[in-house]
Design a protein around this ligand. Sequence first.
Ligand SMILES: Cc1cc2nc3c(=O)[nH]c(=O)nc-3n(C[C@H](O)[C@H](O)[C@H](O)COP(=O)(O)OP(=O)(O)OC[C@H]3O[C@@H](n4cnc5c(N)ncnc54)[C@H](O)[C@@H]3O)c2cc1C
Length: 383
Amino acid sequence: MSLTIAVDELRSYVRQFANDRIDPDYLRVCERNKEFPKDTWQAMSEAELHGIAIPEEYGGHGGGVMEQTVVVEELARVMGGMVTMWSINTHSAITLQLHGTDEQKQTYLPKMARGEHRIGLSFTEPDGGTDLLGALKTRAEKVDGGYVITGSKTYTTMVDDVDQLLVLARTSPSEKKTQGLTVFLVPADAEGITATRLDTLGQAAIGTFLVHYDGVFVPDEAVIGVPDEGWRYLASSAINHERIIIAALCVGAMTGVIERTVSYAKEREAFGSPIGKFQAVQHHIANMEIERQAARLLTYRAADLAIAGEDFMLEASVAKAFASEACSRAADLGIQVLGGAGYCSEYHIERIWRDTRIMRIGPITNEMVRNYVAESLGLPRSF
Ligand SMILES: Cc1cc2nc3c(=O)[nH]c(=O)nc-3n(C[C@H](O)[C@H](O)[C@H](O)COP(=O)(O)OP(=O)(O)OC[C@H]3O[C@@H](n4cnc5c(N)ncnc54)[C@H](O)[C@@H]3O)c2cc1C
């Protein structure tokens, strides 16, 4: 089977790939050892999955939001929240492709499509991620031939395992917080960078870090697009696509949880019959499925709107909030149905529950989504 971008065939292709090439036990060990799942990454490279969203002229497949949604959903069915390693890199590639210079695109996109180059996102700062711009203190000072970046970022994911980072920094003073910001492409091992791994509930195989930029010099060519326009780039459609992708990740993870739960409920016996015969257990599983179907519809509706060129920001945000909460509930119920086994790592559901819990917090918290929903109903802005 070879990769084709036609959506139905792409779904079958990725499903078969995930079944055949992704080993959840390997991911479990990587998580325990806090090791990047490089074998899984390599398998994805061989299956050409890192180039899904990258245009064909740069060696990718030119897939849009629908293709990415399908890929994430199918990968997450087996991988759970660990698909983050794919989605962060894909998100960086999209930012580069939409806003990078020709030279940046030619230099990095072909390598990214082959899975030979990874780029992480370094936007959130220690003083706050929801009020990202209000909290942003990192600055880049213009010097001869480039810029010097000074400041701190937190929750920068995969620092240990990426080649470069997209870093948001203030380059000009401005009355408006959204102006005077620039995105830089910075080598992850540049002189002046120190990164400290944070101890987290989940996603330990991928890792997230507190990063200090202590006078990090980057040349002029490291600017993405043009200086001072950085926020416009980040706030463009890519951000809301990211919400659709996170929603799809949660839907796929729920599918994986439900499959594992049904399979266990058919096998495990109590009082002389499989536990799946008990109505209480059936209703737990049925509730998971009802919410999965609703989350899936919201996710694909947002993707359809994006493809139609309509405003999809609210729908993408709603899909992300609903799917992430439904995913948490499903994984929690999955643990309940498996009983003690659900609490143990070899059944994978507790890891999926931990790894996907972050989706209610990032890239935007679900409280912030509710603020926007309330505003859309005509209520005054609360912040
Ligand atoms: C594992 C992990 C990986 C991450 N990866 C990355 C990454 O790769 N790159 C990156 O840049 N960032 C990353 N993030 C950061 C993530 O996007 C932020 O955690 C998120 O934006 C929330 O910011 P915060 O954690 O500072 O919470 P805060 O902004 O401090 O919010 C705390 C609480 O206050 C609430 N709150 C704040 N303002 C309001 C309001 N106006 N109305 C109602 N409630 C409000 C929030 O909803 C939340 O419940 C990651 C985070 C984690 C934990």
